[in-house]
Design a protein. Structure first.
Length: 666
């Protein structure tokens, strides 16, 4: 008969080190009798001290359901493995990552433990099947991979060996849930399972970018932290794990078929004795051995860094896991969020960036560096070929709610991705030159997107250009008075809508933003630009001046002198200058422009809609009114917002320490 989760009473934990003592604590906190075994009494004493200290910290936060001594009383220690294994129901092994040591533990316990006992390993890289061979019960052997620290992190990878039974997997999954964990089943016994395969790809690619002289350590870590929202940079995480541990883990996986060329910098650090936090120095210096202090990195270091190159092989590895039946996309993403504390799963990140961009990055590396690592898996290439490139297409590794619409006879295309809207100027053959129909189409698109739930809207141009200006042919064909009516009036209506719309409006500038194109962008809430963007008001060269607000809005953004310089010289400025002058908020590599716009829109769409609309109104009013009038308007809006349901929800979320409030615009 299979062992039911409720029948498990006594748990053996072998190894009292960093992971073992935490695993023992987790079981004891959940009512299980624990036998903790190690080879020396001093290791066991230290483990008990650590467990008590951890319990005291939890108790101080009100996170412990019973007295500390009651938990500690459930843990007994021993240096006699054979005796400790008698009469157990369950084992978790957490000894060093050496196959022979693990096999000896399993052989000994298998000889003594009752036939019903399930034997699991906390290994992070060694195949379960190789360990199970040392026992007479391979069907009852599996991986139960906790994450450090086990008493805090929720993820548990439940790993099947070649002969692990369905009953064993079901019991471990149910047990993990009883421990308050989030189990993910790894269906095939592959080296590194899910999380470590993805993590090592990201760390190794980040290391290679430094090894090849593409970026510095600080640039890589700042980009991962501040651009992608990772909790740690790659080198920071490598130091935290321990560079010797990382190298051993990588080599274990490579020796078992993991297709990766290990970055030499990691090995060089180990050879020099710089192991990371544990030795007091790795890629960064720390206050002392074992004393972690988060490296200080200014966000500006991340500017102009193409971080796709750091995560492309991580996405590819996630795709490999799906293609080979190790896990489905939702489990890959669940594991990478819970195990690596990423803001989103690795495949969801690939979908958000665009799988075509991921594939392009991998193929580019294959040509540049010629390493066997850079082989895009078939499922990734097939998805790109089918147009399933991610969020913008409505389908990648996941499916997304995407609505597509056309306005102005297709010269303006709109797209709604959940609560993010996109308005694309779609006249690339004319560099997206504007005309009255297109301006009307932009307004109709924005109004439609807002009516359908868009909380943030991105305005871009197709073909690598925002807009080279108003259609000069249209101006030439129109009588002056009519031109004013048709052009200035349509521009005015469109600009006012961008300024007054309740949703946040972002303009993403690639290529040219000239004349009317720049005037349109000036009315948006936030402008970002690619590093190849060019901005200007060249109308003076044609014998007239900007007629759609350029002379007025430029002054408000740049002051009189720079506004006059742009208008009177008709000369253009590059993106770098535009950022220095405050005309755009950020400049990013062209390959990242759409993704950066999407990230910003996503961030703004998560904010309270009423407060976003109020911020637009009050901040813009500051340019039009006296300080006293502006302060009065701000105070009135602040007071009104405090009475909203959104504000009440935001305050509740803060007090309850919830990660994110749920704003409904009420």
């Amino acid at each position: 008969m299979p062992l039911r989760p409720e029948e498990i009473k006594t748990v053996l934990v072998v190894g009292a080190g960093v992971m073992g003592h935490g695993i023992a604590q987790v079981f004891a906190m959940n009512g299980y009798r624990v036998r903790l075994v190690d080879i020396k009494e001093e290791f066991l004493r230290r483990a008990l001290e650590r467990i008590r200290a951890s319990l005291e910290k939890l108790a101080s936060k009100g996170a412990l359901r019973e007295p500390i001594d009651a938990v500690m009383a459930r843990i007994e220690t021993s240096t006699d493995l054979r005796k400790a294994a008698e009469g157990i129901d369950y084992m978790v092994e957490a000894v060093p990552e050496k196959l022979e040591i693990k096999r000896q533990v399993f052989k000994t316990v298998d000889e003594v433990a009752p036939p019903h006992a399930i034997l699991t390993t906390n290994t992070s890289s060694i195949p379960i099947s190789e360990i199970a061979e040392a026992t007479s019960r391979p069907e009852k052997v599996a991986g139960m991979h906790f994450f450090n620290p086990p008493q805090i992190l929720k993820l548990v990878e439940v790993v099947r060996g070649a002969k692990t039974s369905d009953d064993t997997v079901e019991t471990i999954v149910a047990l993990a849930k009883r421990l308050g964990k989030e189990p993910v089943v790894v269906r095939k016994d592959v080296p590194g399972f899910i999380v470590n395969r993805v993590m090592i790809r990201i760390l190794n690619e980040s290391c290679r970018l430094v090894e090849k002289g593409v970026y510095t350590i600080e640039q890589v870590d700042a980009a991962l932290r501040f651009k992608l929202g990772f909790p740690m940079g790659a080198f920071e995480l490598a130091d935290y794990i321990g560079l010797d541990v990382l190298v051993d883990l990588s080599k274990n996986m490579i020796s078992r078929g993991f297709n990766m060329t290990l970055c030499k910098l990691f090995e060089e650090m180990v050879e020099s004795g710089k192991l990371g936090v544990k030795s007091g120095e790795g890629f960064y210096k720390y206050p002392g051995p074992g004393k972690f202090l988060k490296p200080s990195l200014p966000p500006r270091v991340a500017k102009r860094v193409d971080y796709i190159q750091m995560v492309d092989m991580g996405v590819n590895e996630g795709a490999w896991l799906v293609e080979n039946g190790v896990a489905d996309p939702s489990d890959v993403d669940k594991a990478t969020v819970l195990g690596l504390n990423l803001p989103m799963g690795i495949l969801a990140l690939g979908d958000l960036i665009g799988l075509d961009k991921i594939l392009e990055s991998i193929d580019s590396k294959a040509k540049r560096w010629g390493l066997p690592d850079y082989q895009a898996v078939s499922i990734l290439r097939e998805k790109v070929e089918k147009g399933e490139t991610g969020v913008s297409a409505g389908k990648g590794f996941h499916e997304y709610r995407v609505e597509k619409m056309e306005f102005a006879s297709g010269k303006v295309v709109a797209r709604l991705e959940e609560n993010i809207g996109w308005v694309i100027l779609n006249r690339p053959e004319a560099r997206n030159a504007l005309n009255p129909d297109m301006l009307k189409g932009i307004r109709e698109a924005i109004e439609t997107l807002i009516a359908r739930g868009a909380r943030a809207i991105v305005l871009m141009g197709a073909g690598g250009v925002l807009s080279a200006g108003f259609d000069i042919r249209k101006i030439a064909e129109t009588k002056p008075q009519k031109a004013w009516l048709e052009i200035s009036e349509e521009f005015g209506k469109t600009a006012r809508l961008l300024e007054e719309a309740p949703a946040a409006i972002i303009v993403a500038i690639d290529g040219y933003a000239l004349g009317g194109g720049l005037e349109l962008a000036l009315a948006a809430d936030i402008r970002i630009a690619s590093d190849r963007a060019t901005l200007g008001q060249p109308e003076i060269n044609l014998g007239f001046i900007p007629g759609a607000g350029g002379t007025q809005r430029l002054v408000k953004h740049l002051g009189v002198s720079r506004a006059l310089w742009l208008v009177m010289t008709g000369e253009m400025i590059d993106a770098e200058t535009a950022e220095q002058w405050g005309l755009v908020a950020d400049v990013v590599p062209a390959s990242l422009l759409e993704f950066e716009a999407r990230l910003l829109a996503k961030k703004l769409a998560e904010k309270p809609p009423l407060a976003i609309a109020a911020a637009k109104r009050v901040v813009r009013a500051a340019a039009e009114s006296s300080l006293a009038a502006g302060l009065a308007a701000e105070a009135g809006m602040f007071s009104a917002l405090l009475a909203s349901e959104d504000a009440k929800e935001g305050i509740r979320a803060f007090l309850e320490k919830r990660r994110a409030a749920k704003f409904r615009g009420e």
